[in-house]
Design a protein around this ligand. Structure first.
Ligand code: ADP
Ligand code: MG
Length: 686
């Protein structure tokens, strides 16, 4: 069959429908959200039987079939939460934790935070006495192991979204396998949309345990059970672009507009990569829709990414108002973690933000990178939930078939391991290389991680946690580099300020993103400190306090009020943890020199020097000689001090440093003598 061209006069994006051989049916249940009509309901008895009789049950089921919201309830109904025990369900994403917990509480008719609760970093909505079903991130469950190594309060732990293979999920799986050996009564459920169930089953199949358990409880099967939940769904018709698109944002906007003008009612789900491009697309589409009255019905455009407030989340899940089409522009959180009803059209940019780490240069950053076929299929599947749908891929069919990789690489194999190493060490796992990883990280990354931790003073010569610094760093619920900065600030007498900075760095951007970059830049100038972003944050925080935490003040200054409220909360918690660790909360009265020293003590590994004679602000990292630039969102953009330290890198056309502070090179050697002793710190261009 000849491909059918779909003309599209306004956007210049040409689509043709896929050749029949490559379009396939995506099977999904498309039923009302009533519990008993979800696909997993048919398997209720079977699931409960398998969990009763197997230590590990692997459940594979299409997104939206009810795994996350229903299985914990079934377990509770069957008595797994009796006698004060708790059923846990982990998610890689915080927003998913909040959203499914709220949904389950609603279905059970209970108040969130009582019988059903959730915990994410810096937010604990549980009741230690009454909570029976607890949703939490896998990272939080890992932290709980520091106080309760065998996770003894849980009867069943469901590790959800296992196909995502996040770093925390993988570490958790490795540790749970160990825990099972000591706690045979603990039940594990590994749930996912597309897992390779066989390899997961092999991972959990453990001969040693079998020998040990024989005779103890011969009703309990050691071999993992695998259950596949079938869903009935609708066909999704695929469309590809004719030619590769050069600007996926522009292509997204024109594709959404042409769907809106030509296609019957039904909501649109767009997959972009992160807050920046999502906010831009929301603005562009909203403007187009206002200028363009061709369509007989209206459109509401909503962003979906982590860090949204509760009320924004509710909008996403509430049905579209009559006569309006909902357009949700999302990160890959809507790929499998959250199911939105009412989606009929999917626009897939083909990209997502992914973490990449290079052990040679010791650089980790977030990169906008092509997704895998597995992801592309999941994305398309979102369109077939309530009736036959359509998926518009902003890449060519040839690209999909011949170039796209079939599966992603586990995050463990593309991450900096500093956090993972310290977490394992804190849990008493000394032989990290010998740890039973579901996917082993490279030895180079391991060595790099150990080296950084050694330089931070967290590990000693025997690669054991140092006392007290190592234990303190492990105890703080932050990246080790931020934790080290806080601990050092105690010695330097500036913990008050540094904790504020740490809190700001832990929330999403405190600035409101606006299209007119100029207004935002002007607003920033009001707070900008010549030393850089960290000190600027202190000015913003000070202004916010002076305004009496006014939302009006925030609005006037392009500051995100919700983010500032979050900063206050996080700050309070960090102060509490710090005090528990014996740190004193002291102010240095904004002594910048001291602040710089504290930041350097944590982030010396991220030091960069401006290239001699550079006219375009090229920096090189001291460690790996990588070219980097100051991000336009930084107050130091175009200022280009000679020596800087960055907080993180993002990569688009170039590697950009986000949140930058200027430093003195002498601080570096002072902060990390072994790290920089062979480095040419003497500037050649002063
Ligand atoms: P799975 O985990 O198998 O992907 P879920 O249990 O998340 O499936 O979803 C089951 C159903 O519950 C879906 O129809 C979904 O739309 C609905 N649902 C889940 N969370 C919410 C929510 N926060 N608000 C409204 N509906 C929800
Ligand atoms: Mg789910």
């Amino acid at each position: 069959a000849k491909p059918r061209l779909l003309d599209d006069e306004e956007g210049g994006v040409l689509f043709y429908s896929a050749s029949p051989s490559s379009s396939s049916t995506y099977g999904f249940a498309s039923l009302e959200s009533q519990r008993h009509r979800l696909p997993v309901f048919k398997y209720r008895t079977q699931i409960l039987y398998l969990v009763e009789t197997h230590s590990t049950t692997i459940i594979v089921g299409e997104t939206g079939s009810g795994k996350t919201t229903q299985i914990p309830q079934y377990l509770k109904e069957a008595g797994w939460a009796d006698g004060g025990r708790i059923i846990a369900c982990t998610q890689p994403r915080r927003l998913a934790v909040q959203s499914v917990a709220a949904r389950v509480a609603e279905e059970m008719g209970v108040k969130l935070g009582e019988e059903v609760g959730y915990t994410i970093r810096f937010e604990d909505v549980t009741n230690s006495e009454f909570t029976r079903i607890k949703f939490l991130t896998d990272g939080v469950l890992l932290r709980e192991m520091m106080d309760d190594p065998l996770l003894s309060k849980y009867s069943v732990i469901m590790v959800d979204e296992a196909h995502e293979r996040s770093v925390s999920t993988d570490i958790l799986l490795g540790l749970l396998k160990k825990i099972q050996r000591r706690r045979p009564e603990l039940r594990l459920i590994i749930a996912s949309a597309t897992i390779e169930a066989k390899s997961m089953a092999e991972f959990f199949h453990n001969r040693k345990r079998r020998a040990q358990l024989e005779g103890e409880d011969n009703k309990l099967q050691i071999e993992p059970a695998i259950l596949s939940v079938e869903g009935r769904g609708y066909n999704v018709e695929m469309f590809y672009v004719e030619e590769p698109v050069s600007d996926y944002l522009q292509a997204t906007v024109s594709t959404v507009m042409s769907i809106h003008h030509k296609e019957p009612m039904g909501d649109i789900l767009v997959f972009l990569t992160g807050q920046d491009d999502i906010d831009t697309a929301v603005q562009m589409i909203t403007e187009e829709a206002q200028n363009n009255t061709k369509s007989s019905f209206g459109m509401i455009v909503l962003p979906l990414y982590s860090g949204l407030t509760r009320s924004d989340q509710d909008l996403i899940f509430s049905p579209s108002p009559r006569g309006k089409r909902k357009v949700v522009i999302s990160t890959n959180i809507a790929e499998t973690s959250l199911t939105l009803e009412g989606i009929v059209y999917v626009v897939d940019s083909g990209f997502s933000k992914q973490r990449f780490y290079n052990p040679i240069t010791d650089i980790e950053n977030l990169v906008v990178a092509p997704i895998s076929k597995a992801s592309a299929r999941q994305r398309a599947g979102r369109a077939g939930r309530i009736r036959p749908g359509k998926c518009y891929r902003l890449y060519t069919e040839d690209y999909f078939i011949n170039k796209m990789s079939s599966h992603g690489i586990p995050e463990m194999q593309r991450s900096n391991l500093v956090s993972s190493v310290i977490q394992l060490k804190a849990l008493g796992i000394d032989n990290i290389l010998g740890f039973d990883w579901p996917a082993s990280p490279s030895p180079e990354s391991m060595v790099r991680g150990l080296e950084v931790l050694y330089s931070l003073g967290v590990l000693d010569d025997d690669a054991k946690l140092t006392s007290p610094v190592g234990f303190q760093v492990a105890e703080l619920p932050l990246d080790p580099m931020i934790s080290k900065m806080i601990i050092e600030s105690d010695k330097l007498g500036c913990s008050e300020e540094i904790i504020t900075i740490a809190a700001v760095l832990s929330v999403q951007s405190i600035w409101i993103s606006v299209k007119g970059q100029r207004e935002l830049d002007e607003a920033k100038l009001r707070f900008a400190a010549s030393e850089g972003d960290h000190v600027t944050f202190l000015n913003v925080y000070g202004g916010f306090l002076k305004s009496n935490k006014s939302s009006k003040w925030c609005h006037k200054n392009f500051i995100n009020y919700h983010a500032m409220k979050k900063v206050m909360e996080v700050r309070q918690q960090l102060i509490r943890v710090s005090q528990r660790l014996g740190l004193a909360i002291k102010s240095c009265q904004n002594d910048i020199q001291v602040l710089r020293k504290a930041v350097t003590a944590g982030f010396f590994a991220n030091a960069c020097r401006l290239e001699p004679y550079s006219h375009n602000g090229t920096y090189k990292t001291l460690r790996g000689s990588q070219e980097v630039y100051i991000h336009p969102s930084s107050v130091l953009f175009r200022v280009n001090p000679k020596w800087v330290i960055y907080h993180s890198l993002v990569s688009t056309d170039r590697q950009y440093m986000r949140n930058v502070i200027s430093i003195e090179p002498s601080c570096l050697r002072e902060a990390a003598p072994h790290f920089y002793n062979q480095q040419p710190l003497n500037p050649t261009h002063q």
